[in-house]
Design a binder for this molecule. Structure first.
Ligand SMILES: [Fe+2]
Ligand SMILES: [Fe+2]
Length: 325
């Protein structure tokens, strides 16, 4: 443990061994990883067309909202260049190539890169998606970037990634459950594989924040508070379609996700209370007055948000996405 009032640069440097350790624990080697091809028909095989036919039959009954959510999730995953460059640009993190932080960033990106590949190929094969429209949305999203309001601060950034990886785990898991109910076991399996990657990533980022709490509790508490006051935005909040203003498609995508219970305001609240427990906020010591107030705010926040979320109704407005004919 390092002594009081260490700078962020010192804390990040001090964490390098820990990050290395967590990387071996929570990321998989290439040899141990699944690849999209393990889960999709192999075009070299004689039965390829037969398998595509079966795939398309299974996908025929997927509901409109589920497909829309899946396209939105895929576009979000495919905007990975934005997330990688953001991670690489966070201040105060050692940026030499062989730093465990940079190794983490690269290995995390390498794992994530399989998600967009897998979902994109699956959607293409279903024959239900206007791929050109979807691809245009992806190009827009990468070009538009995002504004996560983390101020390039590592403490805020890792609150964000802890939250976000937990949210993606949950939403991919829910899509898997719904796909199964709608008769597409293959899609359920794909989403299950993606979800399990996200679960490992969430654990790692939560561990990073837990470690920062040991070294710099007051600043970490203030960073957590600041992120929750600003609210966690989704990485794809600028999502749009051709001919649609920046960010305007995003609301329709989240409406669909709420309607089919893939990701709701209650889930947001549950993730927050999970983080409050995970980081043992009640037991954190070494806080000044501002830190104590931040803790109080954070501990009370889940209940407050829950009351609001319970009054919210699932959005009814149906929207015709350009992605789906
Ligand atoms: Fe992912
Ligand atoms: Fe992820």
């Amino acid at each position: 443990m390092i002594t009081a009032i260490a700078s962020r640069v010192e804390v990040m440097k001090w964490m390098e061994d820990f990050v290395q350790e967590k990387m071996t624990e929570f990321l998989k080697s290439v040899e141990d990883s699944w690849q999209p091809q393990d889960l999709l028909p192999d075009a070299r095989m004689e039965n390829f067309f037969e398998e595509i036919k079966n795939l398309q039959e299974r996908a025929r009954d997927l509901s409109y909202d589920l497909l829309a959510v899946l396209v939105g999730d895929t576009i979000t995953e495919e905007a990975l260049p934005t997330y990688e460059s953001w991670l690489m640009s966070i201040k105060d993190v050692p940026s030499n190539e062989d730093s465990p932080w940079m190794k983490w960033n690269r290995a995390w990106t390498a794992e994530e890169n399989r998600h967009g590949d897998l979902l994109n190929k699956y959607l293409y094969l279903t024959g239900r998606i206007n791929m050109r429209e979807m691809e245009a949305s992806t190009q827009y999203l990468i070009a538009d970037g995002f504004d996560l309001q983390t101020d390039n601060d590592p403490y805020r950034a890792f609150v964000y990634t802890s939250f976000q990886e937990t949210a993606t785990n949950l939403s991919h898991r829910r899509v898997a459950q719904i796909a199964k109910k709608q008769g597409d076991g293959m899609l359920a399996k794909l989403c299950g594989y993606v979800a399990s990657d996200e679960a490992r990533h969430a654990k790692a980022y939560k561990a990073f924040v837990g470690k920062i709490f040991e070294a710099d509790p007051n600043e970490m508490m203030l960073a957590f508070e600041d992120m929750m006051r600003k609210k966690i935005v989704m990485p794809a909040h600028y999502m749009r379609e051709l001919g649609v203003d920046m960010g305007k498609t995003f609301g329709h995508f989240t409406d669909a996700a709420q309607r089919i219970n893939v990701y709701t305001a209650l889930d947001y609240t549950d993730i927050l209370s999970d983080l409050v427990k995970e980081w043992k906020l009640e037991a954190v010591t070494g806080l000044n007055d501002a830190g104590e107030r931040a803790r109080e705010y954070l501990i009370a926040l889940p209940d407050r948000l829950k009351r609001v979320a319970e009054r919210m109704r699932a959005p009814q407005l149906e929207y015709k996405f350009r992605w789906i004919d």
